[in-house]
Design a protein around this ligand. Sequence first.
Ligand code: AMP
Length: 292
Amino acid sequence: MTEVAAGTRTVPTIAELRAFVAERRAAGASIALVPTMGALHDGHLALVRRARELADLVIVSIFVNPLQFGHGEDLERYPRTLGTDVAALAALGVDAVFAPTVDEMYPRGREGGTTVHAGPIGDRYEGASRPGHFDGVLTVVAKLFGIARPDVVLFGQKDAQQVFLVSRMVADLDLPVRIETVPIVREPDGLALSSRNRFLDEAQRQAALVLAESLRAADAAAADGPSELLAEGVAAFGDHDGVSLDYFVCVDPDTFLPIAEDYRGRALVLVAAIVGSTRLIDNAFVEVGRDD
Ligand code: AMP
């Protein structure tokens, strides 16, 4: 490490972040970027800690990106807690928090500018329920790459389809960054940490455990094959009032396409459900089929 954190600065403009990064780059610093929408929890902080291990300079972006929210989604009510977020990041020795306004990022407005298209996998699963979501994600991520010029960018496995599509964009567009994935951070009872968990009341918080339970059920049945694991996973949702299952699929991690009945080996189970009015996602790797 050639750099020592000298305080955490909050940077609201692209020009200021560029200048800061250029100066540090010229001094030989390597740069890690952690893109977030804020309302930080221990899942985000795990990404930041890993970033701190990987690079001299750590930049965390906090931007609730309107492009990735559909009409009628929770853009307005999405939690915004910049003050406490910056304090938590300062405690971890983050060098810069990039917190731009919407106008700063999209001076041509929501519809007026160039966007990235995620391709066919962007229309499945999360993308089927949230049309245009991944185009919005990839557009902001591509912009952040251009602004911060990171060597490494960290994403959580929590958003498995997102990290798949970002990795695919990096490969397809030959972008000069490395993607590092960090495992899902969970509560002791298994609930995956999410900024949206704060919308859950006590009963919904309990009901939300069904997502992790369904993944455990699928894992337990995975040795029997794809249809068994899907049946057991979906069955976990059987008697949960107030929870509506959106999708439960098992995909090949290399293609993100649903696995066929004769598939054997490592696969990724993806689940999304609406608890009350809060949409939650989770996923887990499983080993499909028996060795014999
Ligand atoms: P978000 O603020 O929801 O856009 O998330 C920012 C980053 O944190 C994304 O790369 C997420 O995948 C990651 N993240 C969110 N929740 C978790 C979690 N429970 N465990 C690990 N990473 C997470």
